[in-house]
Ligand binder design. Sequence first.
Ligand code: PGA
Length: 258
Amino acid sequence: MSDRKPIISGNWKMNLNHFEAIQTVQKLHYSLPKEVYDSVDVSVHPPFTDIRSVQTVIEADDLDILLGAQHCHWEETGAFTGEVSPAFLAKLDVQLVVCGHSERRDLFGETDEMVNQKVHAIFKHAMTPIMCCGESLDEREAGETEAKVLSQVAAGLDRLKADQVASMVIAYEPIWAIGTGKTATADDAQTVCNAIRNAVAAQFGADAAAAVRIQYGGSVKAGTTEELMAQPDVDGALVGGASLDPDEFARIVQFAIA
Ligand code: PGA
């Protein structure tokens, strides 16, 4: 067990309107004993339209749940119709921002360069990036998993300082495991997360590699969490579908520190 604090993040994607989001975050809070947060960070990443409502609940009820976003632009303001500024997220006390999710890359054309610009912008506004990487099924079957993942990691972390890398989160999410019910085996997740940590060590030094938190994501459920979290280089999970059910998500959080 490393001394990195585990982090479990719920990526709600385009699910739950702001009423449902409030209920979900409150139920999650009631399902988790207060001491849990000493041992694990728990974040929720609602759709943009919910963020102000969830922020209000977190502040009014003094919840220990961290507020996250799923995405942002890299510019602060300007003619970017439909985009959301990292400065506006910071103003809403958002602490963590997912960037480079495979759905953004595949469906909305996000490139490694854009992901890197976002990572820098998120840091500039004193928030923490959760930078995603992962291979497709074709890439896995062609034996290209590490080459793909490590190229995304190198590009996404370009021009960062070692202490920034140390403070961030990298989410390894094999694309074929997202929303499919297929999970990488714990061994496979460990192999790739270890390769990511070694690449961070080579690029940013041993201290950054020892501190950076690496999540696994892709069909994580309560039943698979404990084995994943037992892997030395897996420090948490980025949870999609299972995070929409507060009972299941609370079980995932508790298995993460079992
Ligand atoms: P999933 O999604 O848990 O539904 O597979 C994970 C993610 O996309 O972050």
